[in-house]
Design a protein around this ligand. Structure first.
Ligand code: ATP
Ligand code: MG
Length: 418
């Protein structure tokens, strides 16, 4: 049916777009305060990028990608996340020459999932990536950016969970212990996890299948297998978070959905938006740039799901400031006045003063009702007399005060008022 959007998509209507503008503007402001520049990458990439950059054993690659052949017989995928494209662009554009590079993006993402509250097939992310810095200070600054953003929106009661996944060396040791444990439970795991057992057993801990979750309850924990360097990194991060007064909890079960994480991973949870409660997920991915064909480069990043963020604002009854109504509403009576209203509106709009008028030929009473509905700050009524005498009553709708002004002065008077 062409009058219904595809399953898992959602229109943002004019009546709610102000919420999106508000959270996106806040994201841009906070990013700018942290010295983070914007990157915009295409909506689609070569499928290969995500196979490598997200990982072949992840849910995203195994179940969720929108992949198709284009007319030139290339396999193309709609971006399911923003980090791999940012890494691709970083390599392609040789951005590594800036040794410390911080980037953010606001982007739609596409995942073929079962739609439910907070889980869509097209959704949006505000993501931040720091490239080049290996030390824990980058992790702490990144987490503090997420917190600063959420605080700016009035959200200050979220849970910050962190974990340490170690490096590839720690992972090898841990995988042996993990497989040892899983081997005796392998018949309880789903078919996807049976496949993951050899390729990437860590993924099994993140599986959403209830039987796998049951098995995952008693797994050995990676945090007990990390090497000294990875332990020091994590201790340093914890110290810096404490210095910043970030209330975190170490959750040794977080492994995150993407294959590329090393050392730090974290999640920020909103407890009042139902089952899909992870608003922000991120971590360090020191191996990704090299995996995608670049020079070995440390990096750390996060992504915040904007639909879940809006659900959180709504659940917490946080009012997003509504946009102001037009500065001036010009009502008019008669054809001459209508043309004059059009001229004044055009002049004001060109000088940045918002203006509205009736386009439906409504009665004066209906025009005034409409001006009220729009929350107009000032109103004038133009008729034949006003045009003849070059005079008009400027009414302040908030105070009700009226004053007579020269019609030809309207632009300069409005500029002074707004
Ligand atoms: P989940 O475990 O909920 O599936 P994820 O680990 O797949 O999340 P990430 O890939 O880390 O999520 O994406 C970062 C954020 O993007 C998530 O924390 C969430 O807020 C949001 N997000 C992920 N998938 C969806 C979706 N299908 N619909 C809406 N938001 C999503
Ligand atoms: Mg997911």
């Amino acid at each position: 049916m062409i009058t219904k959007g595809p399953r898992g998509t959602k229109d943002v209507l004019p009546s709610e777009a102000y919420k999106w503008n508000y959270i996106e503007n806040a994201a841009r402001e906070v990013a700018s305060g942290f010295g983070v520049g914007e990157i915009r990458t295409p909506i689609f990439e070569h499928t290969e990028l995500f196979l490598r950059g997200v990982g072949e054993t992840t849910d995203i690659v195994q179940k969720e990608m929108y992949t198709f052949m284009d007319k030139g017989d290339r396999s193309i995928t709609l971006k399911p996340e923003g980090t791999a494209p940012a890494a691709r662009s970083y390599i392609e554009n040789n951005l590594g020459v800036d040794q410390q590079l911080k980037m953010f993006y606001i982007t739609p993402c596409f995942r073929y999932e079962r739609p439910q509250a907070g889980r869509l097939r097209e959704f949006h992310q505000f993501g931040v990536e720091f490239f080049g810095a290996a030390g824990y200070s980058a992790d702490a600054e990144l987490i503090s950016l997420a917190i600063a953003y959420l605080k700016k929106l009035g959200i200050d009661n979220l849970k910050v969970n962190i974990n340490n996944l170690g490096c590839s060396e720690c992972r090898k040791k841990y995988n042996d212990a993990l497989k040892e444990y899983l081997r005796s439970n392998i018949d309880k795991l789903c078919t996807t996890c049976n496949d993951r057992f050899e390729k990437n057993p860590l993924r099994i801990i993140d599986c959403k299948n209830p039987d796998c979750k049951e098995v995952a309850k008693d797994v050995p924990l990676i945090i007990d297998y990390v090497c000294d360097e990875c332990r020091d990194h994590f201790d340093g991060l914890k110290g810096e978070l404490e210095a910043l007064n970030v209330n975190y909890v170490v959750d040794p079960y977080i492994v995150r959905g993407l294959d590329y994480y090393t050392k730090t991973v974290f999640e920020i949870i909103s407890e009042n938006i139902g089952a899909q409660s992870t608003v922000c997920g991120g971590g360090r991915y020191d191996g990704l740039i090299e995996e995608c064909g670049g020079k070995s480069t440390p990096a750390v990043g996060f992504a915040i799901g904007l639909e879940r963020l809006i659900l959180t604002l709504e659940a917490m009854n946080i009012e997003v400031p509504k946009p102001m109504g037009p500065a001036l509403f010009i009502s008019s009576l008669g054809d001459g006045a209508k043309i004059e209203a059009s001229k004044i509106a055009f002049e004001l709009r060109c000088s940045g003063i918002s203006c509205e008028r009736d386009l439906l030929g409504r009665s004066l009473k209906a025009q005034m009702k409409y001006a009220n509905k729009l929350n107009s700050r000032y109103v004038i009524v133009l008729g034949e007399d006003e045009l003849k005498q070059n005079k008009v009553n400027l009414k302040n709708m908030e105070t009700g005060a009226e004053e007579e002004i020269q019609l030809s002065d309207i632009a300069s008077i409005m500029k002074a008022r707004i």
